[in-house]
Ligand binder design. Sequence first.
Ligand SMILES: N[C@@H](CCC(=O)N[C@@H](CS)C(=O)NCC(=O)O)C(=O)O
Length: 212
Amino acid sequence: MRLYLFEHCSICFRVRMAAALKRLHLQETVVLEDDSDTMTRLVGKRVVPILVKDDGQPMLESMDMVGYIDGLGDPVLTGPQRSEIAACADTIVAKTVPLTWPRYPLLGLPEFGTVAALDHYVVRKRKQLGDLVELRAKTREHIDALTPELEKLDRLIESPLAVNGRLSLDDIRVLPLLRSAAVVKGLRFPHKVREYFEAMMERIGYQPLPAV
Ligand SMILES: N[C@@H](CCC(=O)N[C@@H](CS)C(=O)NCC(=O)O)C(=O)O
């Protein structure tokens, strides 16, 4: 199986996390940000993650990929899900974007490995969110908007090794968002969120991304 991804992409990290929890090796290809051709050749549009199964068939939806991987052998994501976690994750994504998108191009990630790829990202994101330098200059304001949501999550976490006490799809919803949020240097995770982030990243054998 081969996963096509961007290193900074939290949706791609869902699939990597599921594979790591299963101790299953995924071959990985990091696509250059401006390499729309590779994505289009595989699935007819510009999108990652793409999981190409051993039979050559590509899969498109991250949660389908997670389900497929978890279904190989004994499943591990068998715990209960809570709608409050999914709702909290949705709010965290929305409040994280103005902090993380302007930082990803500063991290030296492989998808930005050429000047053209880096500029392709900056131009696209500027159209969607505005000037990335101006956004970074408003870091404090955006951290203040995100912090209450992380505190809400803190109150919902039941164990450092599973957000609902037993591993479930909610962990797949939450951990990748925290990995993204952790690129923001001035952001402090509340106590239980930090414990959960550190324990889960260690469990799946991933180092956090650099923080700037
Ligand atoms: N529903 C899809 C969403 C995938 C998605 O939004 N991927 C983003 C990741 S950055 C993407 O490819 N955006 C288009 C782009 O970067 O041009 C899934 O869960 O797999």
